[in-house]
Design a protein around this ligand. Structure first.
Ligand code: SIN
Length: 285
């Protein structure tokens, strides 16, 4: 415990954790401190050495049962024989991408919010990073809700959002899905737009992603206009933090109360990330 150091990012969320070796089992007091820091700062960046997939999985399981890797990624993005680690990468080997998302910009999103029981957390570990680009941004959805003008908040009280399962965060159609005729018919789960975090008891916005989203029960044009207003008010720079990766960083974020997005990067540079997810939870108002 004596070497553990937690420092705020100084931005809208996020903290740095130093002095912990994630390749080994954590002492109970260290784990308690990390859980408290995570509830307070929503995103933690933990510096250290390279982790094997088994070590990443063992660390991740401290926060709940592992989620199976996302649907539609059965062949691509997977580690052979491992159902829990997803690869995010632009690297192509033997003519086949070893991971998902390529080198493209990824839009603001919540992992797996289109599922009835969306993933609680994601833990991303950097094996190789590009010299420039590929930074990951996080946005604090408690702050976003608290900062909404009262009239705008009143307009979404009690409403549910349909979260599209058909597209990835880089805009492509997910494997095994077809384009829906309109957003009302897009496949995916419905969740309250304002949720209560089960650990902190605080309320936050729960938006998923903008693409193909639909406010249940509204005319399409009304839903689109209200979503545009809510998104513009929610992703203000003061609620956010830009994470510039260092080799072997491990970043864990709480999908219940954050959004994240990623910058693109030159495709002649290798970016290889390994990701685990913590199993899903009911979204409660
Ligand atoms: C993700 O959206 O889960 C991946 C983020 C990243 O590649 O930095």
């Amino acid at each position: 415990m004596s070497n553990l150091k937690i420092s705020k990012s100084g931005h809208g969320l996020g903290a740095d954790v130093q002095g912990v070796d994630l390749s080994k089992a954590l002492e109970p007091d260290v784990l308690t401190a990390i859980k408290q820091a995570w509830a307070e700062h929503l995103v933690l960046r933990i510096s250290g050495g390279r982790l094997s997939d088994d070590q990443l999985m063992a660390f991740s399981q401290n926060f709940g049962p592992l989620d199976l890797r996302p649907v539609g990624k059965a062949a691509q993005n997977s580690v052979p024989g491992n159902h829990y680690v997803t690869v995010i990468s632009n690297v192509v080997e033997n003519g086949r991408p070893i991971g998902g998302l390529g080198n493209l910009d990824a839009e603001w999103h919540v992992d797996m919010s289109y599922n009835p029981l969306p993933a609680v957390a994601s833990i991303l570990h950097a094996w190789s990073i590009p010299a420039a680009g590929g930074n990951t941004y996080f946005c604090n959805m408690y702050a976003a809700l608290d900062g909404l003008p009262p009239d705008l908040r009143a307009r979404i009280e009690g409403l549910h959002l349909k979260h599209d399962a058909g597209h990835t965060s880089v805009g492509g159609l997910r494997r095994g899905f077809e384009e829906a005729a309109n957003v009302r018919e897009a496949p995916g789960a419905e969740h309250p737009m304002i949720r209560t975090h089960p650990v902190t008891g605080r309320q936050c916005l729960y938006l998923g992603r903008r693409q193909e989203a639909y406010i249940v029960g509204m005319e399409l044009a009304e839903s689109e206009a209200l979503l545009d207003e809510i998104w513009a008010a929610s992703t203000r720079p003061e609620y956010c933090w830009e994470h510039v990766w260092q080799p072997h960083d491990t970043v864990m974020w709480d999908n219940r109360c954050t959004l994240h997005r990623r910058d693109g990067f030159p495709n002649d540079q290798r970016r290889i990330m390994r990701r685990t997810q913590i199993g899903g939870d009911v979204v409660e108002r």
